[in-house]
Design a protein around this ligand. Structure first.
Ligand SMILES: [Zn+2]
Length: 228
């Protein structure tokens, strides 16, 4: 089975002095009759997500599954929009969010409460979670981070989330913001690049790689700023 993917919200690394907007990519993955979201964003992207679903004739109730790459606030806080959808995440990340590292300022301490009462499907290692959609561990940025690999007519697609956030990380293989003290982020970056011909980063437009590993992207990000 060939799954489909559709970037509903394009990730961005837009930042300002002392902070950032936390716009992480949100991807609709369709496998057979199942519609899954890979990450669900937070307050900043809530309206963008709802508008993107509506533009496709979908409502939050049409989402059958929410897959969380990891537990950071910009990827998880819209979970309440999908109260009936089972949640896929790694067993490692599920355990980690109970007691995040002190210096981890991006994992919301309320996440265990948001997960309470939800149907959880926990991955342990590489696993096909839907026909044609494989989750694989990409620790480093977060201890239990997972990325997805999908087959496509153009070659393997990797939805990397924050295992590969930007073109800079892709070109240098030096991870930015590594919260896992075991420092496995560089290996995860290389694994994403090894697997994907098309890569959807966590905070950047889609990147393509060719046979020689050369990277390219065509996306131009436009973001009007409104001051009130
Ligand atoms: Zn993150």
């Amino acid at each position: 089975m060939t799954p489909q993917y559709d970037v509903l919200v394009e990730g961005s690394s837009l930042a300002f002095h002392g902070g950032f907007f936390g716009i992480s990519s949100i991807v609709l993955v369709t496998s057979g009759k199942t519609r899954a979201l890979f990450d669900c964003g937070h307050g900043v992207t809530r309206k963008l997500l709802l508008n993107a679903l509506e533009a496709r004739g979908l409502a939050p109730g049409d989402i059958d599954l929410v897959i969380l790459s990891h537990g950071h606030f910009d990827h998880v806080l819209n979970l309440d929009l999908f109260p009936g959808a089972p949640v896929v995440m790694s067993l490692t990340e599920r355990e980690y969010v109970e007691t995040p590292f002190d210096e981890d300022w991006v994992t919301p301490r309320i996440l265990p409460m948001l997960l309470e009462g939800r149907e959880l499907r926990l991955t342990d290692g590489e696993e096909e979670i839907l026909p044609g959609v494989t989750a694989f561990p990409t620790p480093g940025h977060a201890p239990g981070h997972i990325s997805l690999e999908l087959s496509s007519p153009e070659g393997p697609v990797v939805l990397a989330a924050d295992a590969l956030k930007t073109a800079r990380e892709a070109s240098t293989c030096i991870p930015d913001l590594e919260f896992d003290p075991e420092k496995r982020g560089a290996a995860s970056l290389r694994e994403v690049l090894r697997r994907g011909r098309i890569i959807v980063p966590g905070h950047f437009p889609t990147i393509r790689t060719d046979e020689s590993g050369r990277l390219s992207w065509t996306g131009v990000q436009e973001m009007p700023l409104l001051f009130r």
